[in-house]
Design a protein. Structure first.
Length: 533
């Protein structure tokens, strides 16, 4: 901090800003000023405005939300923080933000320098979760909750929410705290969070309620990506947190910044419902779709184009997985959502986003019912190959491997070209995927591709049929090492069915024994499928 003209009143800045920002993402920055110590008010007027002039280039472009000023008042504190929307550049760079505080006469009174800010690569997911930055540092009020059943969990909730706020959502602070308290991350914590949140938010002033709600949303955002403990429990707590936060961030918010936060929380809630383990799958997908559609009401093309495209992509994933309604219509809705996302996610402007949506569009075309099947498969192959222009093996190994697997699926189903050659290409793509998606590093993806390889070898034309079937059996058995009945019941049943087919076609061994093995596999599959219906 470097001084220019000093204020007669001693003030302490309270600033929330992203220390690390993903390329192209939008973040909320707030600047508040609080009197420090026993400062005496020396002004004739009861209010004293301080204007905040930002220099954010080349890291960000900035846009003030409302008046870019903090108004101090005689009785201590301010009327609220100045708010800015920061949109990160497309380049991965480091630098600083300079804030010049200017009085009502246009005279600079202080310059604040925020150092060591980094623009980092985007963290890409099939269903991306938006960053949410706390609008100000808020303390959790100490209230008494006699109806809550676990004091330990309530104490932990206070601790982790305060850590979320004070650390500015620092993973290095929050994740070790979660890891130390895995035993508290259960269904009851979700109930404690709901009662704590709704009770607290109803008893505090509006500004503090927004602060606490943002802390809860940030914690949910971190917990959704937390890989330790029970994923099912973590998602239940995550969903509860988002729903509690949305009681504060509603369509009634007048501020553009609060509207953006509400939309991003809705998007993230959609992701959580899409991934939810508990409850009925059919209902969870409907809830995800509703959350995405709510987000899109706020995320207009003009105001928040990139965030809108992200939610359109997520909506496409939800429609692709939708169970309710006509399958043919759901796939068309998914394709429309992906195509809408690609109007913003161009290759030149947002290459990573473009590649991710191209891959998802390829999946939708692979599953498409409307139109000519052979043409849909060619469109899928073209979309996958487009994705690989950006998702190279060196730059994005996991995404590259997933698209290799998807290309294998497309060539397995391909109608155009020589059938024998298409299956060979499918096998080659699957084998390429397994070079990255190893069992140790990516067990579920490894198992999926092992199952796909088994299917390809059953249908293989080249080579010895007997050997191809043995290879198929080996791949299916490898799949079942990861796809257990307990952890992946649906995938386990599908693989058992496929293994039954392989034993039925088997040429080696005793025919009677092979048929018995086939029957056993089919019966195993039916035990699960009858439960899932």
């Amino acid at each position: 901090m470097s001084d220019t003209q000093q204020l007669p009143l001693s003030i302490q800045p309270v600033i929330s800003y992203p220390r690390e920002a993903q390329v192209g993402k939008t973040y909320l920055m707030t600047i508040d000023l609080q009197p420090s110590g026993d400062s005496e008010w020396l002004y004739e007027d009861e209010e004293y405005p301080i204007y905040c002039m930002l220099e954010t280039s080349p890291l960000f472009s900035s846009k003030p939300v409302g008046e870019p000023a903090v108004v101090l008042h005689r009785f201590g504190g301010s009327y609220g923080a100045a708010q800015f929307l920061l949109t990160a550049t497309q380049e991965e760079i480091e630098g600083l933000i300079r804030i010049t505080l200017v009085n009502g006469w246009g005279m600079p009174v202080n310059v604040l320098c925020l150092d060591d800010i980094k623009i980092i690569p985007e963290i890409t997911d099939k269903n991306p979760v938006s960053p949410i930055i706390a609008p100000q540092l808020g303390e959790i009020v100490e209230l008494s909750y006699s109806t809550l059943t676990s004091k330990a969990q309530l104490d932990f909730l206070h601790q982790v929410l305060q850590a979320t706020s004070y650390s500015d959502v620092d993973l290095q602070v929050i994740y070790p705290l979660l890891q130390e308290n895995l035993h508290l991350l259960d269904d009851n914590l979700a109930r404690v969070l709901r009662e704590f949140g709704t009770t607290t938010l109803a008893q505090v002033e509006a500004e503090q309620a927004r602060s606490i709600a943002t802390d809860i949303a940030n914690l949910s955002n971190l917990l959704q990506k937390f890989t330790l403990g029970s994923k099912a429990n973590n998602l239940e707590i995550t969903i509860t947190g988002y729903e509690v936060a949305l009681t504060i961030f509603t369509h009634d918010n007048n501020s553009e910044a609060w509207a953006l936060l509400q939309a991003l929380i809705q998007n993230n809630l959609g992701v959580a419902y899409s991934n939810r383990i508990r409850g009925e799958r059919i209902e969870n997908i409907e809830l995800a779709i509703a959350a995405y559609q709510a987000a899109l009401e706020v995320l207009t093309h003009e105001a928040f184009p990139r965030d809108r495209a992200m939610t359109q992509n997520n909506l496409g994933v939800a429609y692709s997985n939708r169970i309710r309604g006509e399958r043919i219509e759901n796939i068309e809705l998914a394709i429309a959502a992906y195509q809408a996302a690609l109007q913003i996610r161009t290759r030149d402007a947002f290459p990573r986003d473009w590649a991710m949506t191209q891959n998802n569009l390829g999946v939708a075309y692979s599953n498409r019912i409307q139109g000519e099947k052979e043409e849909n498969i060619e469109l899928a192959i073209a979309a996958y190959q487009a994705a690989l222009e950006i998702h190279t093996r060196d730059a994005f190994p996991s995404q590259w491997a997933m698209t290799q697997n998807n290309l294998g699926n497309a060539y397995s189903d391909r109608i155009w070209g020589e059938r024998a050659e298409n299956i060979e290409l499918a096998i080659a793509y699957y084998q390429a995927a397994l070079e990255i998606h190893t069992r140790d590093a990516f067990p579920s993806q490894w198992a999926m591709t092992q199952n796909n390889l088994g299917f390809a070898y059953v249908n293989r034309i080249r080579g010895e049929t007997a050997e191809n079937i043995e290879l198929a059996i080996a791949h299916y058995q490898a799949t079942l090492e990861v796809y257990t009945r307990e952890e992946f019941p649906s995938q386990w049943a599908t693989t058992q069915n496929n293994l039954g087919n392989a034993y039925l076609y088997r040429l080696r061994g005793e025919r009677a024994e092979n048929i018995e093995l086939a029957i056993a596999s089919y019966q195993a599959a039916l035990q699960v499928t009858s439960v899932l219906r």
